[in-house]
Design a protein around this ligand. Structure first.
Ligand code: S3P
Length: 438
């Protein structure tokens, strides 16, 4: 297993780019597959999760070329063009591949079986199984229909209006993607705003999508037309550099070309509320998504309270926000984040364990945590931690290591490639002495 060896870092300086947005990269492959014509994707994230989506759609009969890691060409087969796979569809570690592909497969009159790694086989099927069955798909899964491997046979769907029990873009997207194949209007009603990349991209591909407040609807059957997609940098990856810039004394980092879709930019709002010196520069729009450069300077952070509507806007950033909170003065209270328990790991548990390893006090709550800030980044003590196979835990641990006094070791760091290939290299470019070993 790969490990990262990280000593206390001096000031981090310079400009950096982050890989393409994971959510948008997945969707570009999926919509490209269902569209008529050729979809060229640039800025694609060549991380393990998005490569799993490519592999699954190839197994469904779609021709997909990848002339270089960040350029992907999808030869769309149209709305009726997918073919029954000959073997299991393997989603690896990717929940987005699992849930969104189930939405697509609900519309296909053939049988597919999806499975993935040990983390995927612990993730709940019912969150999409319930609405997709209501639409007419047949879904069977292990443990009474609750855990992958999952078998789906779709076709002949009815449109539904589905009220999501919690704000989840994955569930909303699965319902809308299935809605492409149902005759009439399919609506997903969310209790709070979640990322809207599916709605934006579907519209770009020519689908009749309406969004009114918390209701997102699509009219089926839809014919999608291929579109070029330019993927912005992933704000969820930028988050690690932003927090590194805040907590390593003397730092100044410019993270260029980051997607700042308001359904994703909660990390910037939360850090600014904690006193972070972050400025949003050169705001522009690229392929229907807002993009900017983010400048961050070392900052004296104070604790904050995160709950309610902001949570879905920063759900993937909670491990790294907890690292920022660990360096802050005062307590940070995080609530309404029970969704963290069904991510790549139980991220409430793994984040708390990570902070404790660095000597920070944390109270675990059912739906969040209270981080008792150490008041000074250098009060963290170098630690040895295990990623538990979770990419965001590995990277949060690495960023804490930059601030901590003494050397830290992050074991099981190969999972970083799930979303941020080149992470260690990026830290080195900014001046950190990150070593890699077995
Ligand atoms: C994602 C949605 C989020 C997020 C995940 C990617 C997406 O999950 O945690 O990493 O691309 O739609 P939920 O919306 O299910 O919370």
């Amino acid at each position: 297993m790969a490990s990262l060896r990280i000593p206390t870092a001096g000031p981090l300086q310079g400009a950096a780019r982050v890989p393409g947005d994971k959510s948008i990269s997945h969707r570009a492959v999926m919509l490209g597959a269902l569209a008529e014509g050729v979809t060229e994707i640039e800025g694609f994230l060549p991380g393990a999760d998005c490569l799993s989506t490519i592999a699954c759609f190839r197994a469904l009969g779609i021709q997909i070329e990848q002339p270089d890691p960040t350029r992907v060409i999808v030869h769309g087969a149209g709305e009726a063009g997918l073919q029954e796979p000959e073997d299991l569809l393997y989603v690896g570690n990717s929940g987005t591949t699992l849930y969104l592909t189930l939405g697509v497969l609900a519309g296909q009159a053939f049988t597919s079986v999806l499975t993935g790694d040990s983390s995927i086989r612990r993730r709940p099927v019912q969150r999409v199984g319930i609405p997709l069955r209501q639409m007419g798909a047949t879904i069977l899964a292990r443990r009474d229909g609750t855990l992958p491997p999952v078998t789906i046979r779709g076709g002949a769907l009815q449109p539904i209006t589905y009220t999501l029990p919690s704000a989840s873009a994955q569930v909303k997207s699965a319902v809308l993607l299935a809605g492409l194949f149902a005759e009439g209007v399919t609506t997903a009603i969310s209790p709070a705003v979640s990322r809207d990349h599916t709605e934006r991209m579907l519209r770009g591909f020519g689908a009749d999508v309406r969004v009114e407040g918390m209701r997102a609807s699509v009219r089926g059957p839809a014919r999608l037309r291929a579109q070029p997609v330019s993927v912005p940098g992933d704000i969820s990856s930028a988050a690690f550099l932003l927090v590194a810039g805040c907590i390593v004394p003397g730092s100044e980092i410019l993270v260029e070309s980051v997607g700042i879709n308001p359904t994703r930019s909660g990390i910037v709002d939360a850090l600014q509320a904690m006193g972070a010196r972050i400025t949003v520069e050169r705001e522009r729009e690229v392929a229907g998504e807002p993009v900017a450069d983010l400048r961050v300077c070392a900052s004296e952070l104070r604790g904050t309270s995160l709950a309610g509507a902001i949570i879905p806007r920063l759900i993937d950033e909670i491990p790294i926000l907890a690292v920022a909170a660990a360096c802050a003065t005062g307590d940070t209270v995080i609530r309404d984040a029970g969704a963290l328990r069904i991510k790549e790991t139980d991220r409430i548990a793994t984040t708390a364990a990570l902070l404790r390893a660095y000597g920070v006090a944390v109270d675990v709550l059912e739906d969040g945590m209270v981080v008792h800030g150490a008041g000074d980044p250098r009060a963290l003590k170098g630690a040895e931690i295990d990623s538990e196979g979770d990419h965001r835990i590995a990277m949060a641990g690495a960023v804490a290591a930059l601030a901590a006094m003494g050397e830290s070791v992050i074991r099981g760091a190969e999972c970083v490639d799930v979303s941020f290939p080149g992470f260690a290299e990026r830290l080195r470019q900014l001046g950190a002495a990150v070593g890699e070993g077995e």
